[in-house]
Write a protein that binds this ligand. Structure first.
Ligand SMILES: *Cc1c(COP(=O)(O)O)cnc(C)c1O
Length: 395
């Protein structure tokens, strides 16, 4: 007798005409082949104060090829360097590309410990993105092990101190050659790592946003919930337009109700008061929102740490008009963006229909109180000060 899920997977296997799933080799971390960069060519650590986001890279990278006939090839860790691809490769023409962004932190408690923050969430999301654009899926835990090996090798380049970390960029591309538009029969994962400093060098710097309804980042039935490279290039021009009017980022609105979705490439939170009660709101995951790991972590920590007699934490639709009306009534308390790079990014005002909606900040500070608390709660877990083994992978 088959158990129900065994039966399901057998049916899936039998119905997979294209690939003989049975004989496809899975991704296996222990097979990794390591080639070290020559001693004389090794990069030295960059001074903390000289770090620029995404500019410097570590000495090694990870690559793993895949093809539809054999499955995953031997993973390789090798000196950081160029890729060589035929100009007809499908990634260049039809955007078979997806990526992830996560970080590794030097523990502030135990010198030798390195901590990755919820990498299982990033790997799950990476597999979802892959599935959506017909690129191969892989065993998340095996890729985490490989990334840990890569990071250990260049551990001397991870900057130390709160706000400093190693930004990890796993990427997958379709590498089939030829101009036909079809399922890629070849793919490549590569992972590169960049030592980074705090997003805001001198503490928070609150940003001003332009509520954007003349361009749409994502839509129902689209792929806004996937980290596909194709989602990002079209967002630069609206950002330049907003910048021309003096705003740093777009607050992406959607639809006739002008619902708030995200800010730039971050999720977004608004806090309101209503008498003695307070509410924290972020957009629901309806397929138009990137399912941020930081967003999820903030929701969980706020539900855990905020007094439930005062605070309600809601994932619900929120229109720019509601924000405007409640700001006018003095009910808007604070607002911030959330994402791996900055963790939280305080918002100070929002341009909408030629007027500015002012977002309160604490007296003499560049953020609201909750923004500050959230930053501390998450930072303390990332740097090993607060123990939370379900989230902090120490290695
Ligand atoms: C990556 C990303 C986020 C934030 O996700 P995290 O997992 O928290 O880093 C939010 N919105 C968009 C559009 C993104 O690409």
């Amino acid at each position: 007798m088959f158990k129900n899920n065994q039966l399901k997977s057998t049916i899936k296997l039998l119905s997979s005409k294209r690939f003989n799933t049975m004989s496809l080799k899975p991704l296996v971390a222990n097979d990794v082949k390591i080639t070290l960069r020559e001693q004389s060519k090794l990069n030295k650590p960059i001074k903390n104060e000289d770090l620029v986001f995404g500019k410097y890279f570590t000495n090694h990278m990870l690559t793993v090829d895949w093809d539809a006939e054999h499955g995953w090839h031997t993973p390789e860790i090798k000196p950081y360097g160029n890729l060589s691809l035929d100009p007809s490769t499908c990634v260049f023409h039809y955007a078979f590309e997806l990526f992830e962004g996560l970080k590794a932190y030097k523990s502030l408690k135990n010198e030798d410990d390195i901590i990755m923050f919820r990498p299982d969430k990033n790997m799950a999301r990476m597999n979802q993105s892959a599935e959506r654009i017909c690129l191969p899926e892989f065993d998340s835990e095996e890729l985490i092990k490989l990334i840990q090996k890569l990071i250990r090798l260049d551990a001397d380049l991870i900057p130390k101190g709160k706000g400093y970390s190693l930004y990890i960029r796993p990427t997958m591309i379709g590498t089939s050659e030829g101009l036909g538009v079809h399922t890629p029969d070849k793919a490549k994962i590569f992972v590169i790592c960049s030592p980074v400093g705090p997003y805001y060098k001198t503490g928070f710097k609150a940003v001003s946003l332009e509520a954007t309804d003349y361009a749409t980042r994502a839509w129902p039935g689209g792929v806004g919930n996937m980290k596909l490279g194709a989602n990002y290039a079209p967002c630069i021009k609206p950002q330049l337009e907003a910048a021309g009017r003096g705003y740093q980022q777009n607050l992406w609105l959607f639809g006739p109700n002008k619902y708030i979705t995200e800010v730039g490439t971050m999720n977004v939170f608004f806090a309101f008061k209503n008498g003695d009660k307070k509410e924290l709101v972020t957009a629901p995951l309806d397929g138009t929102i990137l399912e941020g790991v930081t967003r999820d972590s903030i929701l969980a920590l706020c539900r855990q740490n905020l007094d439930p007699n005062v605070w309600e934490v809601n994932e619900r639709y929120l229109s720019i008009n509601e924000v405007k009306e409640r700001a006018a009534k003095g009910e808007l308390i604070e607002a911030f963006g959330s994402g791996t790079a900055a963790v939280v990014s305080p918002i100070k005002n929002i341009g909408y229909n030629g007027e500015d909606i002012n977002v309160p900040l604490q007296e003499g500070k560049q953020s609201g109180k909750l923004t500050e608390d959230v930053m501390k709660w998450i930072g303390d877990i990332q740097y090993g000060i607060t123990e939370k083994p379900e989230w902090a992978r120490v290695f």
